[in-house]
Design a protein around this ligand. Structure first.
Ligand code: PLP
Length: 394
């Protein structure tokens, strides 16, 4: 019998996996499945970025770079922070990582000792708790109530902090809810973190996807103290439709960034050189594609939101950012005779041929996550199918 390490045995299998596998199987059997499970933009990476990466390869830039990333890319990231958030980072306060996900992984590895606690607002992106556990840390869940737009309050944060608390994660705009924290909300949470010396991990990967009157604010831009207390995680995956390139970055206190760089030097070394050249172009080149993709997402959201909330038993706070809808379907599940939302999701897949992700995987079992990173035509068809499915059963 193969013996695996305890830390791997303790990993929770991805909740989205079962439904994705089932959707794939049904597709293979010839069923016309519409998948709304995607966690990545459906657009191609902009041409100029692909060209720049290609040119770099042809020019021979195919070797190792410094573990923390190319100086030129770090310089572009420094400029981006200054232009977008007005935050001034020095190059030694930034590390380029193999995707934002590995940036977070590395961060928890250098930050946590056994038993250290990390506060994770619920609903959460699935990898946060697992990564904390992989670093021998303890995830402490704080439920952002739907009545409060799924956001945690200062009172809740204060109540969750113990002597063991090392950090709190803020993900705005949020996956899965699409909610965006306002400046005042961030100030209030930040004040507590400063008082209690809790590090803020600000995952801003959906920064460029914010809609209507809403604005992305980074907690690190609110004061020099908050900048010192925060590690920002960001990347080009969602903003420039570059999920497969695996380029993210972390910015913050140089002692932490330096430790992350040491760890990276013994694990990934540098993120793929060609991808780094692509990322340089992503920031140094024209930004029009970023705005165009955002507009497309916003248009889709505005069209299908009204159609979605017209379905009996489904309510949904209108997302302010990212590319997910996170409706509460508890009532719809009940009306249609399902015991749980998980069962309702299975019914949707088998009968309506629409694949969505059950909220149980994100810590809130009454909701489902629908991604609108697919064509408007398919989205409208999918929502119509869900509507028909519910109507036919009540
Ligand atoms: N953080 C959040 C909230 C995400 O949703 C994702 C991707 O799904 C990531 C981080 C990871 O991004 P990357 O593809 O750069 O690793």
């Amino acid at each position: 019998e193969i013996q695996l390490a305890q830390r791997v045995k303790a990993l929770t299998p991805s909740a989205t996996l079962a439904i994705t596998a089932k959707a794939k199987q049904l597709k293979a059997e010839g069923h016309d499945i519409i998948g709304l499970g995607a966690g990545e933009p459906d657009f191609n990476t902009p041409r100029n970025i692909i060209e720049a990466a290609s040119v770099s390869m042809n020019e021979g830039h195919t070797k190792y770079t410094p573990s923390a990333g190319l100086a030129k890319l770090i310089e572009e990231i420094v400029k981006k922070f200054k232009a977008d958030q007005g935050i001034e980072y020095k190059p030694n306060e930034i590390i380029v990582t193999s995707g934002a996900k590995h940036g977070l992984y590395t961060l928890f590895q250098v930050l946590l000792n056994k038993g250290d606690e990390v506060i994770i607002p619920v609903p959460y992106w699935v990898s946060y708790p697992e990564q904390v556990k992989l670093a021998d840390g303890i995830p402490v869940f704080v439920e952002g109530l739907e009545a409060n737009d799924f956001k945690i309050t200062p009172e809740q944060l204060t109540a969750a902090i113990t002597e063991k608390t090392r950090a709190v994660i803020i993900n705005s705009p949020s996956n899965p809810t699409g909610m965006v924290y306002t400046r005042d909300e961030l100030l209030a949470l930040g004040e507590i973190c400063l008082q209690k010396n809790v590090l803020i991990i600000s995952d801003e990967i959906y920064e460029k996807l914010v809609y209507g009157e809403n604005q992305h604010v980074s907690i690190a831009q609110l004061s020099p103290q908050l900048k010192e207390q925060t590690i920002i995680i960001n990347g080009v995956s969602k903003s420039h439709s570059m999920t497969g390139w695996r380029i993210g970055y972390a910015a913050g206190n140089s002692t932490i960034i330096n430790a992350m760089t040491n760890l990276a030097s013994h694990s990934t070394s540098n993120p793929t050189t060609t991808a780094q050249y692509g990322a340089i172009e992503a920031y140094a080149g024209p930004q029009a594609p970023v705005a165009e993709m955002k507009e497309a997402f916003e248009h889709r959201l505005n069209v299908i939101y009204d159609q979605l909330v017209a379905i009996p038993g489904i309510s949904c706070i209108k997302p302010q950012g990212a590319f997910y809808l996170y409706p509460n379907v508890k009532e719809a599940a009940k009306l249609t005779g399902y015991e749980s939302v998980d069962d309702f999701v299975e019914g949707l897949l088998e009968e309506a041929k629409v694949a969505v992700v059950p909220g149980s995987g994100f810590g809130t079992p009454d909701n489902i996550r629908l991604s609108y990173a697919t064509s408007l035509e398919l989205l409208e068809e999918a929502v119509a199918r869900i509507h028909q499915f519910v109507k036919s059963k009540i």
